[in-house]
Design a protein around this ligand. Sequence first.
Ligand code: GUN
Length: 287
Amino acid sequence: MAMILDGKALAAELRADITARVSALREAGRRAPGLAVVLLGDDPASAVYVGSKVKQTEAAGMHSVAHVLPGSTTESELLQLVAQLNADPFVDGILVQLPLPKGIDSLRVIEAIDPAKDVDGFHPVNVGRLSIGLPALVPCTPRGCVMLAKRARADLTGLHAVIVGRSNIVGKPMAQLLLAENCTVTIAHSRTRDLPALCREADILVAAIGRPRALGKEHVKPGAIVIDVGINRVPKADGGSRLVGDVDYDAVVGVAGAITPVPGGVGPMTIACLLDNTVTAYRRRGG
Ligand code: GUN
C-alpha cells in the first residue's frame, strides 16, 4: 500500500507556523499582513474556496478583505477595484478568484495586479522571474504539490516527473518548480499520444486535468509518487455527491509508492501556501 501524503496535516503545520510569525509581528507593534480576495458571480465551488480563504486568513491573525461582486460586474469596474487594492497600503496580497465570468479578459485583470501583491504568482513578471530563477511569488497549488512530494522523498533530484495538464495555474508552473528540484520534466496533455505508456515512465506523476478518475492503474509505475490536483464533484448512488480526484485512488493506492488523497491532499495546501505568499509579499514590501 502507498504512503498517504496527508495534505490536511501538513497544511495545519504550515498554518500554525504562519500564525506564530504573524503573532510575533503584532507583538512587535507591527501591522498584520493583509490579503484581499475578489469573487465575481455565484459559482458555488468558487464561493466555497473564497469562504475558506477568508476564514483561514482571519484565523492566522491576518487582515482580510473580501469583495464579493455580482456576475454582471464589468471588466472596467473590476480593473478599478484592482487599482484601488494596488494602492491600499494595508493590502499585501490580491487574489482574484478564477475562472472569471464570460466577457472578462482574465489575463488583462491579472496583468493589472501589482506584481509585488500577486500572491497567486500569475502575473507575467512573476511567471518570468520563476522561469529564470529569480525570487518570485510562486503559484500556490504547485508549491503545495512539491511540498507533498518532498514528504515522500526529501530529494527529488534526477526523478522523471510527468505532469498531465498544461494550464497556467498548475501544469506550467509545476514544471518550473520540479525543474528547480532537478527533476527531468515532461508535460503531457489532451493531445499526447499513448498517455498510459508515458505516465508509466514517471517517478512522480502529477494529475491536473480536471476529469474525475481519468488516470488509473495502467498510468502508474509501481512505487511512483502520485500527486492528484483534481477536485471533481461526482454523483453518488444515493443521490448525493462526493469529491474525487483526477486519479482513480482505489485502483492506484495499491500500486503507487505514495499518493495524495482527495479531499485532504493538495487542496488544503493551496490555501496554506496562499497565506505564506501573503507574508512573503508583506516582508518584501517592507511591511
Ligand atoms: N481557481 C482555481 N484555483 C485558483 C487559484 O489558485 N487562484 C485563483 N485566483 N483562482 C483559482
